[in-house]
Design a protein. Structure first.
Length: 268
């Protein structure tokens, strides 16, 4: 059974724009955004050339091409108001999509997939509405955290944020920009490399460290994440190793939220 295709969104187009400006090849860009090189090539070709590509203009052109009728979750529609209300009380996009199909079984105009709900939330222009929608989504996840979340107090890192506080989008691997980190130590602990894996695309970055301590980790991760477009620096999930003692400073430097896995547990 073949894979389904989805149209490029505004955030993907923003990343293409930024990576083109940084001199990345189309194949490199395709790996980062999780698309095929041919998709990225066609997208850029529509703008005429690498230099003339603009994310906002490309998004506008795409919307005009696709506009065959009113969008189901357009601003001001009753359906969007209903989705927002359910997000506020703690339902996930998957639950909302299911409830809509059950409650409006004979009204297909009220049927939307959970992917559509996620896309509406994260493609909404920055502003009050976007903050409200994403805030509601994160609240929904927090209310469904497991009973044992946060009960382990053996870690010595200060001000840790639990893996159970991560946004819903991290678990579903729907949106690029969420990373998992780990540490590989050399012989005698004289050298170390931090591995960073982007959860959606599985893109891997290696950060060589000058030692195994917290200062070395901070400098290595800072250097690597500053080379990543800001839109792809959403979160980093790491184990509770002491090399992450300066996680708050890393957040300040590169604007990435850091979460920690439960002791002796892999990142889900």
């Amino acid at each position: 059974m073949g894979q389904s295709y989805s149209q490029l969104g505004i955030e993907e187009r923003n990343w293409i724009h930024r990576l083109l400006n940084e001199g990345c090849s189309l194949r490199q860009i395709a790996r980062v955004v999780g698309r095929s090189p041919s998709t990225v090539s066609r997208e850029v070709a529509r703008a005429g050339s690498h230099r003339s590509y603009d994310a906002a203009s490309a998004q506008g052109m795409a919307l005009r091409r696709r506009r065959r009728g009113p969008r189901k979750l357009a601003a001001g529609t009753a359906l969007l108001k209903l989705v927002r209300a359910w997000l506020r009380v703690g339902y996930s996009p998957q639950q909302i999509a299911g409830r809509l199909r059950r409650m409006y079984a004979h009204q297909p105009e009220f049927h939307v997939s959970h992917e559509t709900i996620y896309c509406v939330i994260y493609a909404t222009p920055r502003g009050e509405l976007r903050r409200e929608l994403i805030g509601s989504l994160r609240k929904a996840h927090k209310e469904r955290r497991s009973r044992g979340a946060g009960n382990d107090r053996r870690g010595k890192l200060q001000d840790m944020r639990s893996i159970h506080e991560r946004p819903e989008e991290v678990f579903d691997r729907l949106v690029p920009g969420h990373w998992e980190g780990d540490l590989i130590k050399g012989a005698g602990n004289r050298s170390a490399v931090a591995t960073l894996v982007e959860r959606k695309t599985r893109f891997v970055v290696l950060a060589k460290m000058d030692g195994c301590g917290a200062e070395a980790a901070l400098e290595a991760l800072t250097k690597k994440f500053r080379r990543v477009p800001l839109a792809l620096r959403k979160s980093l999930t790491y184990d509770q190793g002491k090399e992450m003692a300066h996680h708050a400073e890393l957040t300040r430097r590169v604007s990435i939220e850091v979460f920690f896995a439960d002791p002796h547990s892999p990142c889900p």
